[in-house]
Design a protein around this ligand. Sequence first.
Ligand code: ADP
Length: 460
Amino acid sequence: MKQSIRKRLSIIIIFCSVVGVTLSVLVVNITINNTFNKYMQDIQSKRNIRLVEYFQQIYKRDGTWNSNSGEEMMHEALMSNYCLSLLDQKGKVVWQMNPNDIRYKSHMMMMNSNNNEGVYTTSKFALNVDGRIVGYILVGQYSPVLLSKEDVNFKVEINKSIALSGLLTIVIVAAISIILSKQFSEPIKAVSKTSVNLSKGDYESRLKINSNIQEIKNLIVSINSLGEKLNSQDLLRKRLISDISHEIRTPLNILQNNLEAMIDGIVPVTPEKLNSLNEEVIRFGKLLNNLNTLKQVESEEMILNMGLVNIEELIFSVISDFSIAATEKNIELLFEKEENSDFNVIGDYDKLKQVFINLISNAIKFTKFNGIVRVKISSSNNYVSISIQDNGIGIKKEDLPFIFERMYRGDKSRQAIEGSGIGLTIAKKILTLHSGTIDVESKENKGTTFLVHLNKDEEK
Ligand code: ADP
């Protein structure tokens, strides 16, 4: 059976309160009845003592029993529902009342008071005058405790008010439970609505409510961050597809146009031409490789193989790899380092190498013939700093904030220079994973400096 959380909570609270109130009403009721009965029994035994004293006084006054002795008590007995008999010292009846006279009245009482068994019982009390027994009185009644109409009314009224207060408590608890359960049910309802929206693909859906219940608060925060993540993943996916298709279209168009021209005989099929088309295909391959690395960093799939990395050795090896490319452009590729410094950091050697390959290759790529690329490393107590400085074409001020973004390649004019706009994105991601930073300073037509900081010898 499906039930809303609010209904279920209210039912539980009301059920508990009904059980609790019923139990306490019962306990209070029983306690009051017992105390009341004890009180009445006290009164009854005082009455018996009074009766005994009364009849002893009568005997003292008259010195004997006759059929009128203490007869006036009969009236009181009749009024108070008990039956009196006077016996002399030999146990012979002097006078006695008929139990039937009180039976009917007692029966009425019993119906009201409910707790009288209705069995006629008598108690015998000896009458002592001057140390000897002069007679007996028998007090008989139809219930262990005699209750007057007022007594019964009193008890009924008390029970009524207990029941009423119980009922009132249940009503109040029910009202409170409806309000309280709303506190739980409303946010949970909203959370469930938002998660249904998210599951249907509405990634913009967010929870705007707040709750002071810790667990619900956590739930709201995590649903919202889930929405945030789904949304950004969705945007990423869409942008990636459009960026990739755009990037692929360019080399593909070049290939297609040239091949068509060759087929149509407009362009001669020469080894040089084929070579240049092959370069396009190679560019294609590089782009796909870069995309694969980008996919890894962006989906946070990248696993870092942490170890002790000597940045000096790493940079040296990258510079060696680029020496031919630099020489081809007659670029001076300089390496400077602070003497007697320690350049060890904890990191992933291959990934960090990728960062400097991207930065140094950019520096060479965007520097004209006869330029200078200067790589400097220095070290302080806490980190190793690496700067890659060139005197190349520089970056426009308006492009600077975006160069670390995916596929951002600056204005159209630079797109003639080979690239995919992915290298800096990858570099930044890898450095972020190493708790490192990367900054850039650049002036158009003057040159660019990238500055990298890596934390030293510290577990990331
Ligand atoms: P790619 O180099 O493949 O185009 P990157 O992400 O490495 O992609 O760089 C993004 C853009 O930043 C480049 O297209 C270029 O416009 C600019 N850029 C990066 N490094 C330099 C540099 N050293 N000098 C001038 N411009 C640069």
